[in-house]
Design a protein around this ligand. Structure first.
Ligand SMILES: Nc1nc2c(ncn2[C@@H]2O[C@H](COP(=O)(O)OP(=O)(O)OP(=O)(O)O)[C@@H](O)[C@H]2O)c(=O)[nH]1
Ligand SMILES: [Mg+2]
Length: 217
């Protein structure tokens, strides 16, 4: 009888050890989940094109109050499905100094006010061209966001695409790029734009040149 009890106790002890090991193993695996890789990108565009507002929108912050113009730069993290973009917004007011901040950038987010007049859209296009020709940004995928879609007269995607001459502005097939439109009251459009952009950093080969297939107009 005492032999039987001793065996029973031993069996119980072994079961407890097994259960505890499995439990801690599951916990450890959860804790060991790898952090998402960080992708540094710059966010540029003319003054008041909506850069800060876009980043606030992506972070669930209020977008109805007018933000202060960005004097210098402003860094925000934008979490994607499998990467975290570390977005450095460079204020339009310091455009002559933007190039000081290009080092290490792996992507470009260019914001353009889609409701602006033709001359301003052309100025935005020229600004984009001047940015992407910098050798430090060679091959960096580009996301163009046409903001202010809530304004009457804002150009929809195909019109903005044509007016910006986006394919040529982005290097005529030498660079992976995509264009999206959104407004400050449309967080899902902003998230979709970044999800589209993220593909260039997660698919292989990374940054296949050209515009995202689904955005061709
Ligand atoms: N109606 C409307 N207003 C917007 C939108 N996006 C931005 N704004 C407004 O436009 C103004 C300028 O927006 P910002 O986000 O500060 O522009 P920015 O590009 O960061 O400007 P800088 O930092 O000076 O280069 C603010 O008053 C915003 O509230 C939009 O989609 N719709
Ligand atoms: Mg700003």
């Amino acid at each position: 009888m005492s032999h039987f009890l001793a065996n029973l106790q031993l069996t119980c002890a072994l079961c407890k050890i097994c259960f505890y090991s499995c439990f801690t193993c599951v916990l450890c695996r959860r804790r060991r989940r790898r952090p998402k890789p960080e992708i540094p990108v710059i966010c540029v565009g003319l003054t008041s094109s909506g850069k800060t507002t876009l980043l606030n929108l992506l972070n669930g912050e209020p977008t109805t109050d007018a933000p202060q113009p960005t004097l210098g730069f402003n860094i925000k993290a934008v979490e994607g499905a499998s990467v975290v973009f570390s977005v450095k917004e460079l204020g339009g007011g310091v455009a002559p100094y933007w190039r000081r901040y290009y080092d290490g950038a792996r992507g470009i987010v260019f914001v353009v006010d889609a409701s602006a007049d033709d001359a301003a859209i052309e100025a935005a296009r020229d600004t984009l061209v001047a940015v992407i020709v910098d050798p430090r940004l060679a091959g960096a995928p580009c996301l163009i966001v046409g903001s202010f879609q809530d304004r009457a007269g804002a150009r929809p995607l195909p019109v903005l695409h044509a007016r910006m001459d986006a394919a040529r502005a982005c290097g005529g097939g030498e660079r992976a790029w995509t264009m999206r439109v959104c407004s400050r009251d449309d967080p899902s459009a902003a998230r979709d734009a970044f999800a589209d952009f993220e593909k260039y950093f997660t698919q292989s080969p990374p940054g296949a040149a050209g515009e995202a297939e689904e955005n061709r107009v």
